[in-house]
Design a protein around this ligand. Sequence first.
Ligand code: UDP
Ligand code: MN
Length: 336
Amino acid sequence: MADQSFVTLATNDSYVKGALVLGSSLRNHRTSKRLTILITPHVSDPMRKVLEKIFDEVKLVNVLDSGDAAHLALLKRPELGVTLTKLHCWELTQYSKCVFMDADTMVLSNVDELFEREELSAAPDPGWPDCFNSGVFVYRPSIETFNQLLQLATEKGSFDGGDQGLLNTFFSNWATTDISKHLPFIYNLSSISIYSYLPAFKVFGTDAKVVHFLGRMKPWNYSYDSKTKSVKDTQDPTMAHPEFLNMWWNTFVTNVLPLLQQHGAIKDTATGVKAEEVTEAVSHMSISSPAQSNPPPSPPPMSSEERKERWEQGQADYMGLDSFDNIKKKLDTYLQ
Ligand code: UDP
Ligand code: MN
């Protein structure tokens, strides 16, 4: 349907890789909806060209592109940068209904039925289930709502510093008012839940329709061996359930990599070498473009203080340092 669209967001070339996999997964599962991506000026030109191959609409947004009072006030809250960029999705008023999906999500089946839901429908957050997770949500574009959200951001900020805190404050009756706005968890299955409730994952995991690689380690931060079709587990030898990561990489290598090569979005040094080396190069690639002045670095090692802080902010490194197996090891040392 032309007036309904999936929407995602990428503010840099790393998240574009995620968005391209998400878009490919939606196409592979034959969505009948349009695909829209919001990007910011940091996204390089070759990447924009590739995005246009998969998305119907590539819309450039800029948080500070307007001189109105709300925007000016927000200049004083730089911490809300990416958060506010996500809010731009409410401006897509050419559509009557949209489903926003984080660039670190991927669909495992057709999920067009989500458009039967109303604003604001979302799945519970695994960390605090009375809040919804803002990685997947159904909404109705509206300039009025957009302005109200901006106003709330200006006046109160966000309790978690991100879009999820703000949206949960705005749609504050989500938890109690209308059960049809609670999306089943299988529409936003986060990696953390695999570890935190393994028996449930074993029973219900096969029904998953959307996986969400939330947390610090994103799929594109890993290396992939295309011969064995599996993620090379260099930093994290204890990773317990790499199935979804491997699916992400399989989609990347099959659907996205050829487009990146065609459009010169990866360095030429990658041609003429074995596929395995290409994919490894890609997983660590820095895209050669002057627009990309500060390519996002892979996550640096953390001090234990910093790690504790991240835990407290709900940003545990579930795929890596804080993976189930690592935590279990630690517990075992106490028990012995
Ligand atoms: N995002 C982005 N650039 C960034 C950080 C986030 O484009 O530097 C977008 C992207 O769509 C991402 C979403 O904002 O999926 C939410 O961030 P993220 O997925 O990293 O948060 P998490 O789900 O891990 O809490
Ligand atoms: Mn996410």
